[in-house]
Write a protein that binds this ligand. Structure first.
Ligand SMILES: *Cc1c(COP(=O)(O)O)cnc(C)c1O
Length: 339
């Protein structure tokens, strides 16, 4: 048995998901004729109370499309320094949209209305035009911390007042919602656009959906083709997404419980320097200087356990659909042994 905690993207489709994929009705999605894609887009849009959705190969594409539609070259967007759009999308903000990023230092990746307000440029010839605010929920690089709807409300109000667009990188928005017990509808009402990933905790093999109003999605759809994301009979994959939205949201709580148990065990060990609070399914911790990440990883590998190095002396575990209680017990026994 291999215990792979590198990411929640490593899951494989369940038997039932594969069956749903096998049974999918498909058509040419570039002609907008794939019934399974249309079903997924409508389902996701309805969930968040948005007019329309657009199925894309990845969350990078949904985020990058949103940035491109919401901005003009030479604009500036505001986001936290931990943001996926800034750190892990190959410099796409500047490459694809000719936009620069104003990076804020939030509280574990969460930025406040005051911080944003202080960083909106005034209307002077020599200043860059601020046009977009992007927030991430949950925040991957900050250890899965989340915003509540109440925390986002004033940000949304500020963006409206200042005529800025507000985009949500909601790769793990359902992880946030199962914790806050808030609804996708309440989230949807606050943002101009939302990207959700089906390939993370929801366990689909790939794909993300971009949500927004009809004219936004129409523009994004045109750009999706330009970016090479028109995928033809892709309903087989969309069907996995439909299945995931129907069956894999509530179970995210189990991933959070297991992550919390890992946190408890790690806190008792002697080789940990620090650990970020575990709020959802991500565990980020720093080893003390007696144990290198290489040795730690190697020892884990001997027990068929895989983790992600996440900077100097830092390791990330992500719990997911293919990490069960038996694996948790095995992991805990290895972690408790010491190194
Ligand atoms: C995974 C992820 C994405 C999208 O990644 P893809 O691999 O391109 O699907 C976007 N934002 C966050 C926070 C993520 O964790």
């Amino acid at each position: 048995m291999t215990i792979d905690l590198r990411s929640d993207t490593v899951t494989r489709p369940t038997k039932e998901m594969l069956q749903a994929m096998f049974n999918a009705e498909v058509g040419d999605d570039v002609f907008n004729e794939d019934p399974s894609v249309i079903q997924l887009e409508q389902k996701a849009a309805a969930l968040f109370g948005k007019q329309a959705g657009l199925f894309c190969p990845s969350g990078t594409m949904t985020n990058q499309l949103a940035i491109k539609v919401h901005t003009q070259p030479g604009d500036e967007l505001i986001c936290d320094a931990h943001s996926h759009i800034y750190n892990y999308e190959g410099g796409g903000i500047s490459r694809n949209s000719g936009v620069q990023a104003r990076l804020l230092q939030g509280d574990r990746g969460r930025i406040t209305t005051e911080q944003i307000e202080q960083n909106i440029n005034g209307d002077y010839d020599w200043l860059t035009r601020t046009s977009l605010v992007c927030i991430e929920n949950t925040v991957n690089k900050a250890g899965g911390s989340y915003y509540t709807t109440e925390q986002v409300k004033p940000i949304a109000a500020l963006c409206k007042e200042k005529h800025l667009k507000l985009h949500l990188d909601g790769a793990r928005i359902f992880n946030a919602l199962v914790e806050t017990k808030e609804t996708a509808l309440d989230t949807g009402a606050l943002f101009d656009s939302i990207s959700i990933c089906l390939s993370k905790g929801l366990g689909a093999p790939s794909g993300s959906v971009l949500l927004g109003d009809a004219s936004f999605i129409k523009q994004a759809r045109r750009l999706r083709k330009v970016f090479g994301g028109g995928m033809r009979q892709i309903g087989y994959i969309a069907a996995a997404g439909v299945y995931a939205l129907d069956h894999h949201i509530n179970r995210l709580k189990e991933d959070h419980r297991r992550a919390k148990e890992i946190e408890t065990v790690l806190k008792k060990t002697s080789y940990i320097e620090s650990i970020l609070p575990v709020d959802t399914n991500i565990v980020i911790f720093t080893l003390n200087n007696k144990l290198s990440t290489e040795t730690f990883e190697k020892k884990l590998a001997e027990k068929n356990i895989r983790a992600s190095p996440f900077g100097k002396q830092t390791i990330r575990f992500v719990t997911h659909l293919d990490f069960n209680d038996a694996m948790l017990e095995e992991l805990i026994s290895v972690l408790a042994l010491g190194f």
